[in-house]
Design a binder for this molecule. Structure first.
Ligand SMILES: Nc1ncnc2c1ncn2[C@@H]1O[C@H](COP(=O)(O)OP(=O)(O)OP(=O)(O)O)[C@@H](O)[C@H]1O
Length: 310
């Protein structure tokens, strides 16, 4: 096991930020911590890295107890924090070299690692730039280059794509998968469910410092017995017709927002066809009908009663 967290508790004054958190991550995983803002993701990471004192519980990394003095463990860990942390007066190259130098004292060895990290994050043409001259997306990529240049076995990335343009975002996500393919275990926090779904082999959904569900995306979705969702727009649908729709076999719930009708079913198949037949039978004019599979937001909504995004 690469990471084992048992019964972790952390309070800030009266606020219980982590409430008996348990976590086990195996080598080779891309593990996602998914939760809304303030759910405790950063606190969990900072505890795992021994950057924060915690009140109770135990943390083992690479099979050993993690303490603030675990320097031998830390050299195999890479950290990309939520807030970009680079030196404003150093160039891209100098920044990466500085952070890599914390773990790799040999200059020659480091030169190759720094070059590799810069190329990997697509920063070759910006080597001599200082951070102030970089766009938000490029700055995030520099943050990543600084965190991974020493080729760590375990990489923590805390919301690395917040406020990043789509091009940089894709590059970052592809880069993370590439790091995983090259052998690094990844712990990735986000409140973007799409990213976590695409990237992560296993996901823990966290809310108010508590793990509310853990599993692969398929396992998480199968927990909530929700089949497909169907949405369509209909300007003239009546309240009675909405009630009739709710009574169709297999229909779980129906909600209206403006002219859009959202229907949830507990069946995987056939619900779109049933809805179409109903609309035809009732002579309801509709546009933009589509069906979709449940998302991790549906899982979160069903378990907590609120949306993942605030
Ligand atoms: N240093 C601190 N002092 C007091 N409260 C804190 C501190 N750091 C975090 N908190 C609180 O602890 C809770 C968990 O915060 P944390 O930053 O771990 O959540 P998060 O899921 O990472 O959210 P975000 O994505 O917004 O960073 C929140 O209610 C937050 O306000």
């Amino acid at each position: 096991m690469i990471i084992e967290v048992e019964n972790l508790k952390k309070s800030y004054g009266k606020l219980l930020a982590l409430d008996n958190l348990n976590l086990a991550i195996e080598e080779g995983e891309v593990f996602g911590l998914l939760g809304p803002n303030g759910s405790g993701k950063t606190t969990a990471i900072n505890c795992m890295l021994s950057l924060l004192h915690y009140d109770a519980g135990s943390i083992r990394i690479f099979g050993q107890e993690m303490t603030p003095e675990s320097y031998d463990l830390k050299k195999d860990i890479g950290v990309v924090m939520q807030n970009v942390a680079v030196f404003p007066e150093l160039t891209v190259e100098e920044n990466v070299d500085y952070f890599c130098g914390l773990y790799v004292p040999d200059r020659k060895e480091r030169k190759d690692l720094v070059n590799e990290a810069i190329t990997f994050t697509g920063l070759d043409e910006f080597r001599k730039f200082i951070p102030k001259k970089l766009s938000g997306g490029l700055l995030r990529r520099l943050n990543i280059a600084c965190g991974i240049a020493h080729k760590p076995k375990l990489i923590f990335l805390d919301e690395p794509t917040v406020a990043v343009d789509p091009q940089s975002r894709n590059r970052i996500l592809e880069g993370i998968l590439e790091l995983n393919r090259k052998g690094s275990t990844i712990v990735y926090t986000s409140h973007y469910m799409e990213e976590v779904e695409t990237l992560c082999s296993r996901i823990m959904i966290i809310d108010k410092g508590k793990a509310i569900a853990t599993g692969t995306r398929e396992e998480l979705k199968s927990m909530i017995h929700l089949g497909k969702k169907v949405s369509f727009e209909a300007e003239e649908i009546t309240a009675v017709q909405i009630e009739l729709l709710k009574n169709l076999p297999g229909v779980h719930s129906v909600e209206q927002s403006g002219h859009t009708v959202h229907l949830k079913s507990d069946e995987e198949n056939g619900i779109l066809e049933k809805t179409l037949a109903f609309l035809k039978d009732q002579d309801i004019r509709y546009t933009n009908i589509y069906s979709e599979m449940p998302t991790l937001n549906d899982v979160f909504l069903e378990i907590t009663g609120k949306e993942l995004r605030d």
